[in-house]
Design a protein around this ligand. Structure first.
Ligand code: F6P
Length: 329
């Protein structure tokens, strides 16, 4: 039921793309159709908002999309939206197109922009957390994270084959910006020897000690998963050099997984999560909520205050560190 005067809703994706964003757009569009509200696609995130790059979307515009990675609306990291002038242009385009509310799908940068915009123009916005990093406060999972984990595990399984054949040590760098969620969970899932994450500074020498111990205990090859934001892992080539100088037991190789982690067909979990969140976004807007993020908490879809989402990133689950330590013995 539409308890508001909202007749037309815009949807955009912004920041780094994440698998499942298309499924979220699809759910937003079809939810609008279900509620007899018009839906407008905004291309290239806030850049398209500033330039008025809009296109009406109907149920068939989003066909054959649920299985596709990336975002068909395209994405951008807009510098102009950080300026007052840029946001004013965006507002003018929204007014001209008679768009009454926005759904923004993205990460913390997207939400920061949305919060400022909402404060300046009192414009109803609902955010969906879409980022592989899983670094948004207040939601257990973000759209794209599960797929990225599976991509990383699949890649490390392959690296393990060659590591094992040559008795080598591999440092595998994974994404996550300042968060260690991808590294920690994919590391456990792929059976890594050590996992370096920004939330826990291990130090180079403890790493060397640990690798020596595992070699002594009979391991012939090793995988170390390194989060890109980790203190000693940030310079992964430097770390590899240090290991080569201080650990004779292994030949050390480096693999940086990079943007393959952002691509590919979304996992079933991400498709369902994105669908639930997309429906939740339109429910929230038509219920009169504004300035909220849709989150999943204990497998329930809820809405939380937008500002909550930016209160530091999700803390790492300490019990996972213990699991990683025990299972890598
Ligand atoms: O936020 C998603 C993410 O893939 C991070 O993990 C990574 O640090 C960053 O984006 C890379 O950004 P870009 O694609 O702009 O290089």
């Amino acid at each position: 039921m539409n308890k508001t005067s909202i007749k037309r809703i815009g949807v955009l994706t912004s920041g780094g793309d994440a698998p499942g964003m298309n499924a979220a757009i699809r759910a937003v569009v079809r939810s609008c159709v279900y509620h007899n509200v018009e839906c407008v696609g905004i291309f290239r995130g806030y850049e398209g908002l500033i330039e008025g790059d809009f296109q009406p979307l109907d149920a068939r515009s989003v066909k054959n999309l649920i299985n596709r990675g990336g975002t068909f609306l395209k994405s951008a990291r807009s510098k102009e939206f950080m300026t007052k002038e840029g946001r004013q242009k965006a507002y003018d385009h929204l007014k001209k197109a008679e768009i009454d509310a926005l759904v923004t799908i993205g990460g913390d940068g997207t939400f920061k922009g949305a919060i400022v915009f909402n404060e300046e123009f009192d414009f109803p916005i609902v955010g969906l957390p879409g980022t592989i990093d899983n670094d948004i406060n207040g939601t257990d999972y973000t759209i794209g994270y599960d797929t990225a984990l599976n991509t990383v595990v699949e890649a490390i399984d392959k690296i393990r084959d060659t590591a094992n054949s040559h008795n080598r040590l591999f440092l595998v760098e994974v994404m996550g910006r300042d968060a260690g969620d991808i590294a920690l969970n994919a590391g456990i899932g792929a059976g890594a020897e050590e996992i370096l994450i920004p939330e826990q500074n291990m130090g180079r020498d403890r790493l060397i000690e640990s690798l020596k111990r595992s070699k002594k205990s009979g391991k012939s090859s090793s995988i170390v998963v390194v989060a890109e934001g980790d203190q000693i892992g940030k310079n992964i080539l430097g770390l590899a050099e240090y290991i080569r100088e201080n650990l004779e037991e292994y030949e050390c190789k480096v693999t940086v997984l990079g943007h393959i982690q952002r691509g590919g067909s979304p996992s079933c979990y991400d498709r369902v999560l994105a669908s639930r969140m997309g429906v939740g976004a339109i429910d929230a807007l038509l219920n009169g909520e504004r300035d909220v993020m849709i989150a999943i908490v204990h497998n329930k879809i809820v809405s939380i205050d937008f500002k909550e989402s930016l209160k530091g990133s999700n803390k790492i689950d300490e019990s996972l560190i213990r699991v990683a330590d025990i299972t890598s013995i």
